[in-house]
Design a protein around this ligand. Sequence first.
Ligand code: CTP
Length: 424
Amino acid sequence: MAAKRILLIIGGGIAAYKSIELVRLLRKSGHVVRCVLTRAGEQFVTPLTLAALSENKVYTSLFDLKDEVEMGHIQLSREADLVVVAPATADLLAKMAGGQADDLATTLLLATDKPVLAAPAMNVRMWLHAATQRNVAILRGDGVTVLEPDEGEMACGEYGPGRLPEPEAIFAAIEKALTGAPAASLLDGQPDFSEANHRPLHGRRILITAGPTHEPIDPVRYIANRSSGKQGFAIAAAAAEAGAEVLLIAGPVPLPTPPGVIRVDVETAREMAAEVEQGLPVDAAIMVAAVADWRAADTAAQKIKKDGSGAVPPLALAENPDILAGVARSPQRPALLIGFAAETNDVIAHAEAKLARKGCDWIVANDVSADPMGGETNRVHIVTPEGVDSWDRLSKDAVARKLMEKIADELDTRAPPESTHDAD
Ligand code: CTP
């Protein structure tokens, strides 16, 4: 089966440990897993364990969604192909049946438009209680797949139905549910335009990185650069206008998300690298972010204080992963991979060297010696193995639109639309 995206909500209960094995099974079959832990779930498994196994960020509260102003919980609940609740406690089932939304897990469950599968786990009396049975009937009536719990000896010493089904059984139920579930589009929930099919990037997936990265030194200080994110956001907007499904992985910038664009906010280069990897495969990737080359080798857990002696604290640096070069080497390398290069001197020569060094197809080079980052215009040179195409100074929006035209033409030659997107 093609890889699918699973949003796994882990409720509180002794059986939560089995969700760890479930994550492992799902990952082993290539599925992408995002975990959400309820407050009670956190008492039984740690976000760290789940993050390591799912290789993904773990969400525990509504406040984890830094982009909540952008309706982050709606995106989280809809970018999945299937929402799985395991273990589903009596309390969670009651809240789901009642349509309550007082924490992240229940909010996601209410906001989702995707199929939901719940694997209950609770004490036998709680399972057999009329209230729980009523809630299960309501949920099934609402279209939720509620698995039957296993029967056996319980952690509390009682015997009967209520045990969480074994991870292999939940996994099998998930695979079955996924067979009938349509793959989630990156743009699910977004308006569909009638003229969409005619737009030049219709049916294309484009990943864009934008903005700076912030590399923490201690809880209050970080290493950063002057990137405003404007050019990357303009490119994301132009790609969406041209009909593409756009995934924008943005460093910390206070810019609004362009319409029709799915945005994931990150802070550090390493977070950006992980989200980029997660976002593949795509038809084209445009790496506009000004990724910090170095991070602090050690991040202090507490604010670094002056000791009064006048001595300066040592700041050892470590090199960050080169995200663009990593994508170029990836087995999932997009058909068209584009890097940006802001240079202050020997712009074309540096860009040509970068093209070869990074293994990308084009470098969009701009001279930032006169007009540093943050301005409204750009004079760019598109450097390719075939030569250099120098454009006049244009607004960043105009650069973005012109670039999209060029990308659409190039993709038509490199990867005709019908040969793409058979897998998610
Ligand atoms: N890039 C990246 N990951 C990094 C550094 C850069 O993906 N760790 C990408 C940028 O998004 C851009 C391209 O590589 O598309 C060039 O970035 P630049 O900072 O100019 O390249 P560097 O390798 O850092 O080269 P230098 O600092 O020597 O100019």
